[in-house]
Design a protein. Structure first.
Length: 234
């Protein structure tokens, strides 16, 4: 997967501290990860930390000298095999949904034709607000793939949906989107593998159900490992 380039757009949220781990998971496959930070993301994760694990400079200023002729977002958009936004704050998703292009991340999002994955992270009340639900629906109508969010305890002390999905699971989904790149070339060549992951629900009646708190991390990790070994994974 040496030729694959993943743009990792990081927005301002407490979950941004997990992004160095996410970069490591993505890089293990051989993909090249290019970190893009919004202005607020700098408050939660340092460019130095991301640069250390990505092995390349972190980009955040649309007017930076590296953006030759002020068209850096166009070059990024063209080179991307995938655009991954993680964590995606309510603010960034709103700007994406309504076509804003006022920084490097949103301008790149509008210019790219690569598959786009968004991993939301925010307070439960913000996630469930009608405005956020509308923005999510708009993004999905435009072909954006949603990863999560997970249900769990949040930094604010509340419990509910809004936690960013774990780095290993996000990486497994994104790397799996590259399809048959490794099929037929490893120890599991010719093998078809079906993996189920995540929580299950069994209804008790029309209102209640029994479920579990499975994150799906192990299932996604197994799927990614099988694919790297050459299996045709579903």
């Amino acid at each position: 997967m040496q030729a694959k380039k993943i743009l990792l757009a990081v927005s301002g949220g407490i979950a941004a501290y997990k992004t160095p781990e996410l970069v490591r998971h993505l890089s293990r496959s051989g993909a090249e990860v290019v970190p893009l930070l919004t202005a607020n993301a700098h408050r939660f994760v340092t460019p130095t930390a991301l640069q250390a694990v990505a092995g390349r400079p972190v980009l955040s200023d649309i007017w930076a000298a590296e953006a030759a002729d002020g068209m850096g977002h166009i070059e990024l958009a063209r080179m991307a095999d995938v655009l991954l936004v993680a964590p995606a704050s309510a603010n960034l998703m709103a700007r994406m949904a309504w076509g804003m292009a006022d920084d490097l991340v949103t301008a790149t999002w509008l210019a790219t034709r690569a598959p786009v994955f968004v991993a939301p992270a925010m307070n439960t009340q913000m996630w469930e607000h009608p405005a956020t639900r509308r923005n999510v629906a708009l993004l999905q109508e435009m072909g954006v793939s949603l990863i999560g969010p997970d249900v769990g305890e949040q930094a604010c002390g509340e419990f509910g949906p809004g936690r960013m999905t774990g780095p290993a699971e996000i990486a497994g989904i994104v790397l799996g989107s590259f399809g048959d790149a490794n099929v037929g070339t490893g120890a599991l060549a010719g093998t078809r593998v079906l993996v189920t992951a995540g929580p299950t629900r069994e209804p008790i009646d029309p209102v209640r159900f029994i479920s579990n708190r499975s994150s799906g991390k192990q299932g996604f990790a197994l799927a990614a490992a099988a694919q790297r070994a050459g299996a045709d994974v579903t």
